[in-house]
Write a protein that binds this ligand. Structure first.
Ligand code: ADP
Ligand code: MG
Length: 473
């Protein structure tokens, strides 16, 4: 007898295909295998429990309606979850449709790109075997050497509270934001280190958003997206640094959304950092943004003079060096809005003094700081502008010189010309020659077009402001 389940599932797929995105269809429906059809009950096989949960969470309504249409009002759905047991023999377990099963622990594979040494044991049977994940924490970034000031008081104390009781405070997620070099990464590590110190059993993981992106892309390419998700769902304290990099990455946002929900629902702690507050994160899905706002958003602002001095002193003290107060004050009064640069100035001053076997004098400090401040206000080149603009729109730089009339490319070229006109001393003719081999009239037209759009298109303006910010970084 022919297996009717195949035929029925085929009909269901025809309906489903019209109701979900191509991407969802491929990810969530193509891997399903129809197994059996008896007494109005269709049994389908899914690859994992997570897969089953996701279907029930996202597509329950669609599945119900579809089955109703294809099978009739008494239609029922049953899932078989394919499990690989520790003896490597596939097993199936039966789950009813429309209900929440107890979570089943199953072996997982680690996602690509994670240190293979890091996962000593890939099995997650609680109480029997424990997952051992390298938290990727930098021990130099701890609370002891994080100087407290008005600029970081709220974020620091919230971070400290979270570390005492991860997942147990109202600060979940803890969203730390602020400009470059103000201590987001340092504070994020400090929280992780403190958790590890107080709660040795907790699985802590620090991950840079870019690394998360790459891991996810590789996992998708290698067809182990589910393992990737499973891995992240087992973390007790997940720290994601620079989440602004998720902007415009829909696939990653979707997967992060599910990881976020799973962790949050299970009382796990999330710590996120970003260079902007949630409201200003463009290109981010609304539902994800609303999650970011669930807990506490705490800003890191520029340190005041007193805090800058204390940071410098802490650093010199740690390195066992003595520098005159007057010199520290000179540095602190000239480098005001970035702690990374503040530290950088101190390091170069020390290097200068050591290499040239000179004493650290106020003149040496002045000389060096002046050079440093000047070099950070360096002139921006047209090449650099093209690179930043293309990077922002995720286009290869070469397209700017191609003949295509594709709107996005024409616009990227115009934006590059606009910034070249405003940020360099180059003439219209040489800007045109460099960017796509155009003449001066084209550049002039580009600047006009961009100016017009700036006045009329809010979205365009936001894009431009972001590019400008990156150019000045
Ligand atoms: P961000 O991630 O915000 O760009 P980082 O955390 O990388 O900034 O900080 C830049 C540098 O400044 C790091 O070396 C860090 O140790 C130092 N720093 C930042 N904030 C403080 C602070 N409050 N006390 C001591 N050092 C700090
Ligand atoms: Mg950082």
């Amino acid at each position: 007898m022919v297996n009717r389940s195949v035929e029925i599932w085929e009909k269901c797929l025809q309906i489903i295909r019209d109701n979900v995105s191509k991407h969802s269809f491929r990810t969530w429906f193509e891997p399903i295998v129809p197994l059996d059809f008896k007494n109005n009950t269709l049994t389908i096989q899914v690859p994992s429990t997570f897969f089953y949960e996701f279907l029930e969470e996202q597509f329950l309504d669609l599945l119900k309606k579809t089955l109703h249409k294809v099978i009739g009002p008494d239609a029922k759905l049953e899932y078989h979850v394919l499990l690989e047991s520790s003896s490597d023999r596939p097993q199936t377990i039966k789950l009813p449709g429309g209900d929440r099963p107890n979570l089943i622990n199953k072996p997982i594979q680690m996602p690509m790109n994670l240190d293979p040494e890091a996962i000593v044991n890939p099995f997650i049977i609680p109480g029997i075997k424990k997952l051992n994940v390298d938290p990727h924490l930098n021990i130099d970034y701890n609370f002891d050497n994080f100087v407290e000031g008005e600029c970081n008081r709220l974020a620091r104390s919230a971070g400290y509270a979270v570390a005492q009781n991860p997942g147990g405070t109202a600060f979940n997620p803890l969203f730390i934001y602020g400009g470059s070099g103000l201590g987001k990464t340092h504070l994020a590590h400090a929280i992780g280190i403190e958790v590890k110190k107080l709660h040795t059993e907790k699985v802590v993981l620090y991950v840079d958003a870019n690394k998360f992106l790459t891991q996810y892309m590789e996992a998708t390419r290698n067809n182990n997206r589910n393992d990737f998700i499973h891995f992240y769902q087992m973390i007790d304290v997940l720290i994601v640094d620079d989440v602004q990099y998720f902007s415009k990455k829909e696939g990653t946002q979707e997967v992060f959304f599910h990881i976020f929900n799973h962790l949050h629902q299970h009382g796990k702690q999330l710590i996120l950092t970003s260079d902007k507050p949630p409201v200003e994160l463009n290109g981010m899905e609304q539902r994800l943004l609303s999650r970011f706002k669930w807990g506490l958003s705490a800003e890191l602002t520029e340190p005041d003079f007193d805090t800058r001095i204390r940071i410098l002193k802490k650093k010199t003290y740690k390195d066992g060096i003595q520098i005159k107060e007057e010199i520290l004050e000179y540095i602190a009064s000239h480098i005001t809005n970035n702690i990374r640069e503040l530290e950088g100035a101190l390091v170069s001053l020390l290097a200068q003094a050591t290499l040239n076997k000179k004493e650290i004098t106020i003149d040496l400090a002045k000389d060096m700081i002046d050079k440093l401040v000047k070099s950070t206000r360096r002139e921006i080149s047209i090449e650099y502008i093209q690179k930043v603009v293309c990077n922002y729109f995720q286009l290869p730089v070469e397209v700017l010189s191609s003949k295509t009339r594709k709107r996005e490319i024409v616009q990227a070229r115009q934006i590059a010309m606009y910034f070249a006109k405003n940020m360099t001393k180059a003439s219209l003719a040489s800007i045109g020659a460099t960017i796509g081999g155009k003449d001066h009239a084209t550049v002039l037209h580009a600047c006009k077009t961009v100016n017009n759009l700036l006045e009329t298109d809010k979205r365009f303006k936001e894009d431009l402001m972001e590019i400008e910010k990156r150019l000045k970084m």
